[in-house]
Design a protein around this ligand. Structure first.
Ligand code: ATP
Ligand code: MG
Length: 217
């Protein structure tokens, strides 16, 4: 049975002398959309990542009290979206973990699972990047993974924010990606308002949202 995910559990085992680059894309994914998928794909190519694993969050410290769709459905939507890209997969490790979700625990778990020739690249949009230095045990996060900060419409990666990450010893690379002004909150609003979200996510995810009647109220 898969421990981390179906496609990439054995990453790094084939040749222990060869560096393998693993991208990690964390998020609530409520629902996953083209903004997530396009920036993961563009980061994969720009940084020669061998694979990208999407990891939907369990209970997030800063989203407590907010309404979040059932974890199994968010996981299923990410699975549907990743199915057609052989370099993508989804992992349930955060959803299956008890208690609040902390990225540092996830990165530790990945480090324990994979051999030492697997390097972790944590992909994050500009909005999340602005707060990462304040996340739980951010010093350990900086030790465990490289950071790829991708542009996102509406959020500016200021020199102050960059300096803060440098000061916290993060190894950050910045990536200009296609500006897709899509957010999950916008999609939830649009479904509630009866607008079409077709083409904002994969067709399979679009059809799943409609079939399950998600975000209607
Ligand atoms: P919500 O509106 O519910 O917060 P979201 O669209 O921000 O949803 P999240 O699941 O919160 O999606 O984000 C997961 C990760 O994807 C974060 O690192 C976020 O910065 C990044 N991200 C989300 N949308 C985009 C986008 N359009 N362009 C670039 N990065 C994005
Ligand atoms: Mg968000």
């Amino acid at each position: 049975m898969a421990v981390i995910c179906e496609r990439f559990d054995d990453l790094g085992l084939e040749d222990p002398g060869k560096e393998v680059r693993l991208g990690i894309m964390g998020g609530t994914f409520d629902p996953i959309h083209m903004g997530h998928l396009a920036c993961a794909e563009q980061a994969r190519v720009a940084f020669a990542l061998d694979a990208v694993i999407f990891i939907p969050t369990g209970m997030q410290p800063f989203k407590q009290g907010k309404r979040v769709t059932d974890a199994a459905m968010r996981l299923e939507m990410v699975k549907l979206a990743c199915a057609t890209n052989p370099c993508f997969d989804v992992s349930p490790i955060e959803i299956e973990r008890e208690g609040l979700t902390y990225t540092v625990d996830t990165l530790r778990q990945l480090h324990e699972h994979y051999p030492s020739n697997v390097e972790l690249y944590f992909i994050t949009g500009a909005d999340a990047m602005l707060s990462i230095a304040k996340w739980h045990d951010s010093a350990a996060i900086a030790d465990l993974a490289h950071l790829i900060a991708v542009t996102r419409p509406g959020y500016e990666m200021t020199d102050e924010a960059k300096a803060e990450l440098d000061a916290a010893n993060f190894d950050v690379s910045y990536l200009e990606t296609t500006a897709l002004s899509i957010s999950s909150s916008m999609m939830r609003d649009w479904v509630r308002e009866g607008k079409s979200i077709r083409y904002l996510t994969s067709l399979a995810v679009h059809d799943y949202i409609l079939a399950k009647g998600l975000y209607k109220d």
